[in-house]
Design a protein around this ligand. Sequence first.
Ligand SMILES: Nc1ncnc2c1ncn2[C@@H]1O[C@H](COP(=O)(O)OP(=O)(O)OP(=O)(O)O)[C@@H](O)[C@H]1O
Ligand SMILES: [Mg+2]
Length: 357
Amino acid sequence: MFNSTPDTSTNHIAIDPGTSQTRMYAIDAGLLFNEPSLGAQDKNEAESGTSAVKAWGEDALELVSGEPDRYVLVRASNIDPSTGNAMNAPMLRYFLRKIRRNGLIASNFRTMLALPSGFGNAEIDRLINTCRVSGASKILIADRAAASSIGAQIERTNFDNPVLVDIGASGTELCGYSAGELVFHRQLPIGGDALDQALKAGMQNEYDMLIHEGAAREIKHRIGAASLQEDQPAKAASCQLVGRDAVSGRIRNFRVGSDTVHQMLLPSLNELLDSINEACMSLPAALGESLHRNGLRLTGGGAMLLHLADTLATALQAPVAATERPLTATVRGAAVMLQQTSARTHSAASDTQKMVG
Ligand SMILES: Nc1ncnc2c1ncn2[C@@H]1O[C@H](COP(=O)(O)OP(=O)(O)OP(=O)(O)O)[C@@H](O)[C@H]1O
Ligand SMILES: [Mg+2]
């Protein structure tokens, strides 16, 4: 999905190659690009071990919906059996080619890539090389947690020692700050994907309905809730879905209620809440005190689950508030970091940013 075309192409772009969505942002043009980090893989070629991803993002979705027997969707974070590497670099190359073809970014653009601390050097090198061959004249790496915090405007909070929780697709990051410095960082191996998997499994176990994870995610977005609150009902009481009957093999329509969905989400949701709670209990004393006094900020797409902030507040016995525009906090933060770096001399790059090209 492209944003409306800016008057002139921009030459400073931030990139967040997230597990579920890849986003690109420019301070002067806004959100330029926002497509799923998914590829369309040819099933036959994949079985024979060749590199089989034919398209990425929305092009991939189109390919799979046109020929569902031939193509299957894969995440860029999956390992490509033909190379033994994750597929983030080929995906990024495809997306940069697409966005350049559309005239949205200038040649010789400068970029800030927001990457999680778990990415190895070889993966980072592949991404840097991809940016370089795609025309980038300057490539910087931002720590993803730092970028999310800036995008969530954590530095503008009017209290000391803010704590931020970024709930993404594959995982959750918890960051604690003191005097503007990141002093506590935990990566939790549970995010929104776990809720989708729980819904998919629940539909099969309780109703013999086979649905794919994309359908489970859609149900979660439409009627999922972290708690059922009578005074603030879920967005809709139920929704219609299409799946395959596991017994007859037939495709059938099915209606599922928000209370059922909530019950199916509950075990994974509790796992997520427990792991956030546990990480909060490991915070250094000053941060723990600040958490109970001032609360924590939630960001990332997972923060958009209905009533999640209230439910987490009850679990933590502390105030919790979602940030504005949680889906784009990381990429907007990376764009701010790029702007700040460009305004400084290159030698002043901070230790959360690495100048590489
Ligand atoms: N309205 C919504 N309600 C509930 N969950 C949502 C909603 N919108 C997005 N999500 C969930 O947010 C998650 C994706 O969040 P986000 O886009 O921040 O992840 P990402 O940056 O691609 O992944 P990661 O940070 O793990 O690499 C998915 O699990 C998605 O289902
Ligand atoms: Mg993210």
